[in-house]
Design a protein around this ligand. Structure first.
Ligand SMILES: [Zn+2]
Ligand SMILES: [Zn+2]
Length: 443
């Protein structure tokens, strides 16, 4: 059916505002608002009806009455009034119930809420009750309308453009800083502030600092005798050193720390540092000076923890960080032997560890949180240096995921080979440092 005939038929049955009528033909024409589209259709229908009236065709009067009432079209109303033809009142739109005509009010309301936050990009999401959506679907089916647009798209675009005009910020579909949820039917506007991600690298220059905040197992954070009323197993963590200044500067609600793997609490993290991302939930400030943040963190951490290369990142980088098991690492560990060892033994130890595959059953000390399985990890390079008759320093460059402490002790035969096994004596790791973490290149 031709557009105009179809539109007239629709209006005979249901009152529709300009936007809702225009939306049913949204795929026709280009760079045109549905509002204008609907208005144009009604204008043409009015002209057609007027033509009929001038030709004394009664059908013209009926058509004009439809446009004046169900179309709420002022021009149709005026023509009828000039001709002293009585006509009923304009009726509210069947689809949007006329509650959606005030788009600029919704945009203004959004902008007011947004004024608390710094952002560059946003996206408008439209919340609709299921019954409203169903009503439009049934309506479309009834008239065979398949060149229209979804009501949500329509409102999202129009309100988005209005907000863009008022704020100068851009609509962004994939990763908006803020999502604005609008329900045009009850005029409710809520904001969803998306997290801010800051990536960097950290060094841990002292032992006894955990990577993440570690709640006391006994009291689960409430504070008890065992944790000296701190609620924490370890007094200090990299997470807290990084999170506190970040939260202050961004005025966020909470922060989550993501590391590319982790070192043991008693191990230092040296070299170029370990990559991490701090995720700030509901930040009010996004345009922060990262150099200043870096300085604040480092000053307050006072030589215990040091961050550098801070930069803004996005969510995808977290997934990349979490896949970090395949990355390469360099460790330095001090080994205490159960007896004095000879130079020849140390030379042979170095040779035995160089370029080998280590078979490792999940260490007993992490069995409570990791599944019990066998893994094979390469040692690319091993260097041994004597420190005293019964102590040596072992440096290994290996595949990420190798448990180095167990490489030394043998973990009751669960790691093979091991330093203890090769030398046939007890071997204990005393000081462990991570010297380097090499990330897999991001695709
Ligand atoms: Zn409407
Ligand atoms: Zn406790």
């Amino acid at each position: 059916m031709e557009i105009l005939k179809k539109a007239q038929k629709i209006l005979e049955k249901h009152p529709l505002c300009n936007r809702c009528l225009g939306r049913q033909f949204a795929l026709l024409g280009y760079n045109l608002e549905n509002q204008t589209r609907g208005e144009t259709i009604k204008l043409l229908l009015t002209m057609k009806a007027h033509e009929k009236i001038l030709a004394n065709n009664k059908a013209g009067v009926t058509a004009l009455k439809t446009l004046a009432t169900n179309g709420a079209f002022p021009m149709a109303m005026q023509i009828l009034q000039m001709r002293k033809i009585p006509v009923g009142k304009a009726r509210p739109c069947y689809l949007c119930e006329e509650k959606t005509t005030d788009i600029s009010k919704l945009a203004e309301k959004s902008v007011k809420l947004l004024s608390d936050y710094e952002f560059s990009t946003f996206l408008v999401g439209i919340k609709l009750l299921a019954e409203i959506k169903e009503r439009e679907d049934e309506f479309k089916a009834e008239f065979g309308l398949n060149l229209g647009e979804d009501m949500r798209n329509d409102f999202s675009r129009v309100i988005g453009r209005e907000i863009s005009k008022l704020t100068g910020k851009e609509v962004e579909f994939n990763k908006p800083d803020i999502s604005i949820l609008v329900n045009p039917f009850n005029q409710q506007v809520t904001l969803q502030i998306n997290p801010l991600y800051i990536a960097g690298k950290y060094k841990k220059l002292v032992r006894g600092v955990s990577q993440s905040r570690w709640l006391c197992r006994e009291c689960k954070g409430k504070g008890c005798k065992k944790c000296n009323w701190t609620g924490k197993t370890y007094a200090e963590s990299v997470e807290e050193f990084v999170a506190a200044p970040t939260l202050e500067m961004t005025q966020g609600m909470t922060a989550e720390f993501h590391g590319a793997g982790r070192e043991d609490v008693d191990a230092r993290m040296l070299g170029k540092g370990r990559p991490f991302i701090i995720e700030v939930k509901q930040p009010k400030k996004r345009f922060i000076d990262l150099k200043m943040l870096e300085e604040t963190i480092n000053t307050r951490a006072a030589g215990k923890v040091e961050v550098h290369e801070l930069r803004f990142a996005d969510k995808n980088l977290i997934r990349h960080l979490k896949k970090g098991e395949a990355i390469e690492k360099t460790y330095r560990v001090t080994v205490e032997f159960g007896r004095n060892v000879s130079d020849d033994e140390l030379t042979s130890l170095e040779k035995s560890l160089h370029g080998i595959l280590v078979r490792q059953q999940t260490p007993q000390r992490v069995l409570h949180r990791r599944s019990d399985r066998m893994r094979e990890k390469y040692i690319y390079e091993a260097k041994v240096k004597r420190l005293s008759p019964n102590r040596a320093q072992l440096k290994v460059r290996c595949q990420g995921g190798l448990y180095v402490k167990e490489l030394v002790t043998g973990d009751d035969g669960r790691t093979k080979p091991s330093v203890a096994e090769i030398l046939g004596t007890k071997a204990t790791p005393s000081q462990l440092d991570v010297l380097e973490v090499i990330e897999r290149k991001q695709k």
